[in-house]
Each structure stands twice: as structure tokens, then as C-alpha cells.
Write a protein that binds this ligand. Structure first.
Ligand SMILES: NC(=O)c1ccc[n+]([C@@H]2O[C@H](COP(=O)([O-])OP(=O)(O)OC[C@H]3O[C@@H](n4cnc5c(N)ncnc54)[C@H](OP(=O)(O)O)[C@@H]3O)[C@@H](O)[C@H]2O)c1
Length: 329
């Protein structure tokens, strides 16, 4: 049995990945700060530690053949240093640990936001460059981590970087709660015909497993980056409405211009900084730009190199989400 470590195995994507790896007979261990009851129920060994603790990370990867580095500090708000500590320094620790302990492969969960420059990304492929600046610490630090992982690919560690776009599904703890929390004040930002691609959580997990398998078979894939998605770009606001519908809530109809949303984001950021408010503002410049633009990707490379084909369709995913929400909301 191949020994694998999943950092953040108790998180949204991490849990789905752990499950998929177990179905495929990998011996999975999870590394994260807290003990996760669901993982314990699944019989998954858990190592408690923080990515910012180099020694703890080094100890955790001992004896592993593959590491899936999934853990990160996600979000759209907060001090740069807190994102840097987890997303950049934490990734440095994972890489150093892999190199020191002779780990063969590292699969890194990145994000398409690393290449988002505030404009539309339509049918974008992996040749799209990093932007010169970022509107939030999350994409900036994820991009820095991606670059470190790519460098590690030249130091004897086989690496693959995956960029899943907007992961959703049952137990989603980011995208869906964010939409549902704001349901009453939600506005269509900018155009109504924007398109976006997303990825159902089990499909994202599948892509991670395939990446590890293919990298084992063919180390020349090392250093590659892959966008992964449903391969099914949909109207952004229809998708938001489908999420609301799954939760039994009415669709969003009111509109606001992209310019107004951006200006509101700018004002909120200034006020929150000035007053030292830690909670997330109702709007930020990054979120305004995300909401007002199209994001969908050409995933030909993932299909060709990894054999990735989404197993769960958007429609089936929504059905499962609705069922889960009816039991858990
Ligand atoms: N969700 C999305 O839409 C999306 C989209 C694109 C990319 N991604 C990427 O996918 C990955 C997983 O995201 P997710 O949505 O599953 O996030 P998540 O549910 O928040 O899971 C992240 C996990 O990382 C662990 N973690 C956080 N800080 C840590 C630290 N300092 N040391 C050790 N463990 C730490 C947390 O567990 P503990 O609290 O137990 O430490 C948490 O369970 C991330 O790399 C994210 O950037 C997500």
C-alpha cells in the first residue's frame, strides 16, 4: 500500500480526497492543527501540527511516498502576514520536508485566482501569465507557493500543481455558506451573461488522485500546472441561483454595476483598515472583480495528461447538494 499524507485532510477538499484515496487502497494519513471527528470515524490516522512548524511537518512526511499539500489559509480578507505564514512559509516547510525525507511526489492544490488580473478569463489555458499585482493576499500567497512548488520540481521532487476553480458540494464551508449568508443582500454584479466554470468537490478529489497516479507512471509530467473544472461553463448568476434554490431560497434579481461594487469594496477596505476591524467586509475589490467577470478554463491538458473527466455532472452535483442541505441546514 502506498503511504500518502494529505495536509488539511479534515477540510472540505481534503476530506473528499482522503475518501477517494482510501477507496483506491492508499494508506492515508492527515496532517492539520485540529483533530477531525469524521476522519477518526473513517479510521484515518491524524497527525496534529501546524504548517508553520517546520519540525512538525518534517516528522509528518516521514515514510510517505506522496504528499498532497491541500491545507491553506483561504479567504478574501485578513493581514498579508497571516496568509504568507501558512500559504508560503507552510509550503516551504512541506517542500523542505519532502526533500529531506525522500518523498517522491508532491501534488499541490493551488487556485486559478493566482492568474486573475481583474479581467475576464474565458477559455483560459495554463499559458496565462501571473499578473503584476494582486487585490488580496490569498491569490498572491497561493501564487508564491505555486512558484516554490515549481522550483522544487527541479530539485529532485516530482510535482504537479492543480488549479481547481470554485469547489462546491455537500459540506462546502466557503463558497456556499458565503452565498447563503449574503442571500438577502445579494446583487447581480455587472453583466448578467458572465460565465464561470466550477468544480464539484468529488471531481476535484478525483483529479488529485489521477495526478498522483499519472505522475508515478510518467515523471516527465513533473512541473506541470493543470486547471481543473466541471468542463461545463455555465451562466454565473444561474449557478448562484441554483445554489440558492438548493437551499430553498429565492433567486437573486437585483443588480448593481461593476463600478459601484468595486467602489464599495474600496471604501469598505479603507474603513475596515482604518478602524482595525478584523471581520470580512461585505464587499472587497477582489470579490467585486471576481463577481463582475467571466472565469472559465480550457482543461484539455488535464484531460490529455491526467485522463481527467468529471465523474459527477453539475446537475447531479446540485441534486446531491440539495439533498445534503435538506438534511443539514
Ligand atoms: N474551496 C475552494 O473553492 C477552492 C478553490 C480553489 C482552490 N482551493 C484550494 O484547495 C485547498 C483546500 O481548500 P478547502 O476549501 O478544502 O479549505 P478548508 O476546508 O479550509 O481546508 C483547509 C484545511 O487546512 C488545514 N489548515 C489550515 N491552516 C493550517 C495550518 N496552519 N497548519 C495545518 N493545517 C492547516 C485546516 O485544518 P485544521 O483547522 O485542522 O488545521 C483545514 O481543514 C486549499 O489549498 C485552497 O487554496 C480551494
Amino acid at each position: 500500500m502506498e503511504q500518502v499524507l494529505v495536509t488539511g485532510g479534515g477540510g472540505f477538499l481534503g476530506k473528499a480526497l482522503v475518501k477517494k484515496l482510501m477507496e483506491r487502497d492508499y494508506a492515508v494519513t492527515s496532517f492539520s492543527r485540529h483533530h477531525h471527528k469524521t476522519l477518526a470515524q473513517m479510521g484515518v490516522p491524524q497527525i496534529s501540527g501546524d504548517l508553520t512548524d517546520a519540525a512538525a511537518v518534517k516528522q509528518a512526511v516521514e515514510g510517505m511516498q506522496t504528499v498532497f499539500h491541500v491545507a491553506a489559509k483561504p479567504g478574501v480578507w485578513g493581514p498579508y502576514e497571516t496568509y504568507h505564514a501558512v500559504n508560503v512559509t507552510g509550503t516551504e516547510h512541506v517542500i523542505a520536508a519532502c526533500l529531506a525525507q525522500g518523498v517522491k511526489r508532491l501534488i499541490y492544490s493551488s487556485s486559478p485566482s493566482v492568474v486573475f488580473d481583474g479581467s475576464d478569463m474565458e477559455n483560459a489555458d495554463e499559458s496565462i501569465p501571473y499578473p503584476k499585482s494582486y487585490l488580496a493576499p490569498y491569490p498572491e500567497t497561493k501564487a508564491a507557493a505555486e512558484k516554490l512548488v515549481r522550483q522544487a520540481g527541479q530539485q529532485g521532487l516530482d510535482v504537479i500543481i492543480l488549479r481547481p476553480h470554485l469547489i462546491w458540494g455537500p459540506a462546502d464551508n466557503h463558497l456556499l455558506p458565503g452565498i447563503l449568508k449574503r442571500a438577502k443582500r445579494l446583487r447581480i454584479v455587472g453583466r448578467t451573461d458572465d460565465r464561470m466554470d466550477t468544480i464539484y468537490v468529488d471531481n476535484a478529489a478525483l483529479a488529485h488522485v489521477l495526478a498522483a497516479q499519472k505522475l508515478k507512471e510518467n515523471s516527465s509530467l513533473s512541473g506541470n500546472i493543470y486547471f481543473i473544472s466541471q468542463d461545463d461553463p455555465v451562466s454565473k448568476w444561474e449557478m448562484v441561483n441554483a445554489f440558492l434554490d438548493a437551499a430553498g431560497l429565492p433567486p437573486v434579481r437585483r443588480r448593481v454595476s461593476a463600478r459601484t461594487a468595486y467602489a464599495a469594496g474600496w471604501c469598505f477596505e479603507k474603513i475596515y483598515h482604518l478602524l482595525g476591524i478584523n471581520s470580512e467586509p461585505p464587499m472587497t475589490r477582489f470579490v467585486a472583480k471576481e463577481l463582475a467577470t467571466s472565469h472559465w478554463f480550457d482543461i484539455t491538458r488535464a484531460k490529455n495528461d491526467l485522463g481527467y473527466v468529471p465523474e459527477i455532472s453539475t446537475q447531479e452535483g446540485l441534486r446531491r447538494l440539495k439533498e445534503w442541505l435538506s438534511r443539514n441546514r
